[in-house]
Design a protein around this ligand. Structure first.
Ligand code: AMP
Ligand code: MG
Length: 328
């Protein structure tokens, strides 16, 4: 009996080894960023079809959630801010709902209505100036996630004040990656990596059965990795001040705005979180970047999310759970 089960086990291992898997990888620009999808499947055709289905889903969500498209649902919501509600897709309700959850958890450090500040900083920096204190205080009252009214039954969103701008740049990537992961699971694809810039779903294993290895970039040296993580069925998100920035008066002016000050957040240079839900972890990363290591660690631990914090002085701190995934 013992011999028989051994034989069966050996046979299974051998046949699993024989069933060769194919890996297909493709990169496209979607959601204003680089999207790379890698799929492992029994045939190249299946892998290719899954990659295309994933890209198509992200393009579909981008058409709904992009501020840079005149006919996107978010543009319509912003256009009638203070005047009327807009019927939106259930996906919009879900993403804004998850963002609101993170706004509450972070005391408003994450705020989807940060748009007027983002626009002000972009506009001023483009012209070579900094926004004045008066300009900032003029738009600050427009930034308040509590003024986003969601009617789930009617599937509508209403922004209470005229001039409000909803910006899903800090949370749409995670929601999109979740959707692609769900589509993959539905197709029986269990081994894949869905990378929407620094927001990445890591599913199953590589073609050779070993875990995927994800490198976390050093915030001050793009050729250096801060850490290599071996992950399986986990979601990883990084927010950093090194993607889009200018230096002015020794200050690094980047794209993550602290709604409490109305200016680019200071104190952190990068935050990486590992969890299991993109729609939550993506906005949470942006939030903890703003809140910093101390408050950030407390929130991450409460939610069972692992974290790496790098402050602007280069000090690296990790939660205990993260250490287990870190490789040299
Ligand atoms: P991420 O790369 O996920 O950290 O998101 C950064 C993007 O989120 C920015 O480019 C803005 O579009 C948006 N954003 C900036 N500051 C905030 C904030 N305090 N709350 C929510 N979204 C923000
Ligand atoms: Mg984010």
């Amino acid at each position: 009996m013992k011999t028989l089960s051994l034989v069966i086990i050996t046979f299974c291992v051998l046949s699993a080894g024989c069933a060769r898997q194919r890996t297909v990888q493709r990169t496209e620009t979607i959601m204003g960023t680089q999207v790379t999808i890698t799929v492992v499947a029994p045939t190249a055709g299946e892998a290719e079809a899954a990659v295309e289905a994933g890209m198509a889903e992200l393009r579909r969500l981008d058409a709904m959630m992009s501020l840079y498209k005149d006919d996107s649902e978010i543009t319509m919501v912003n256009r009638v801010a203070g005047r009327g509600s807009v019927k939106v897709s259930p996906e919009m309700i879900e993403v804004v709902d998850a963002a609101a959850e993170v706004s509450k958890l972070s005391d408003g450090a994450f705020d989807v209505t940060v748009g007027p500040l983002v626009v002000l900083w972009q506009m001023k920096l483009k012209g070579g100036d900094l926004p004045t204190a008066a300009e900032i205080s003029r738009v600050l009252p427009l930034v308040n996630y509590r003024n986003v009214v969601i009617d789930r039954k009617a599937s509508t969103i209403f922004l209470r004040r005229s001039g409000m701008i909803m910006d899903l740049g800090g949370c749409a990537k995670g929601y999109g990656a979740d959707r692609v992961a769900a589509i993959f699971r539905g197709r029986g694809i269990t081994n894949a990596v869905i990378a929407v810039a620094g927001d990445i779903w890591v599913l199953g294993n590589r073609e050779d059965g070993k875990p995927w290895r994800i490198g976390v970039q050093h915030p001050r040296d793009k050729d250096r990795t801060l850490a290599v993580l071996e992950l399986r069925d986990r979601y990883i998100s990084t927010s950093g001040d090194y993607e889009r920035f200018v230096i002015r008066d020794k200050k690094r002016l980047h794209h993550i705005i602290d709604p409490r000050t109305g200016a680019p957040s200071e104190g952190a240079s990068s935050v990486t979180l590992v969890g299991d839900r993109g729609a939550l972890v993506d906005p949470l990363t942006t939030a903890l970047f703003i809140l910093g290591q101390e408050r950030g660690t407390a929130i991450a631990e409460k939610l069972g999310v692992d974290a790496i914090f790098v402050d602007s002085g280069g000090t690296v701190r990790t939660t205990r759970g993260m250490a287990a995934a870190m490789r040299d």
